[in-house]
Design a protein around this ligand. Sequence first.
Ligand code: ZN
Length: 285
Amino acid sequence: MERPDRTVRYEVRGGVAWIVMDRVRKRNAQSVPMTYELNEAFDRAAQDREVKVVVLAADGPHFSAGHDISDPARYDEPGHCVSTWAGWEAPGAEGRLAREHEIYFDMCKRWRDFAKPTIAAVQGKCIGGGLMLAWVCDLIVAAEDAFFLDPVVDFGVGGVEWLAHPWELGPRKAKELLMTAESWTARQAEAAGMVNHVVPADELEAFTQRLAEKIASKPQLAVKLVKQAINAAVDAQGQWNAMQTAFGLHQLAHTHNMLMFGEPMDPAGIPAKVRASMTAAAKDS
Ligand code: ZN
C-alpha cells in the first residue's frame, strides 16, 4: 500500500510509465525519501512488462529546485542502500562521502543505466540536483518556461555531484554555465544540445506522451540496444572515469569548506558563511 506522504506518483498510460515528482510545496526538491521513492518507481517500471518507456516528470510549476537543503532529517534514514556505501553517520568527510556516493552518485548511475528508454519532461526550475535528474534520462523535453542552472560554484563547490556537464553541453559551454552560475533558458539549452525539444508549457505532457508512444511502438530490444550502444560510446569517451574524478574533487571542496569555515556543516554541506553569499536564485532553490 502506498504511504500517504509519498512524494512520487506512478501511473502507466499506453505502455508509458509516468514517474511524477509530487512535492510541489518544496518545488520538488529532492529529499532522501524522494530519492528512494524515485528509485522504487524506476524498479517498478523495470519489472512492469506493460511498460516500454519511462517519463520522469514533475507536478506543479517547477521540475526540481535541486537537492533539498532545508530538511535536517534528510540523512537520518539508514537502511536504504543500493550501493555498499554505508556508514552515513560517520563523522567528517567519511560520512558525507558515503551519503553522497549512495544517494547522488550511485543512484544517478543506476538510473542512467536503466534498461528501458527514459524521457525527462521539464518545466520551470531545473536547478543543481534537478539537472542530475533530467540528465540521467535519455531524452529531454522542455517547456518554453523551463530554465536550467547549476549554482553550486556559489557554494564553494565546483559543480553538482554528477558532473556530466561537458557531455550535456560541450566543454566550453559547460565551463560558462558553472563559472557564471547563470541560468539558461530552454532555448539556450536546446541550442547547446542538452534538450531534444522545446514546447509550449501546456503541451509538455501531451508532446512527451506522443514521443514516448512513438518509441514504445518500436522493437524494444532494438531500442534497448541503441541505448546501450550510445551509452557505451559516451563511456568510451571517458565520461565515467571523469565523473569519478569530479566526484572526488566535489568531496574535496566540501571538506575544504568545512576546514576553512571552522564550523559544522549543515546537512546540505553548505557552511552558514557560504550560504550567506549564495545568489538569490540559489537561495530560492
Ligand atoms: Zn555534495
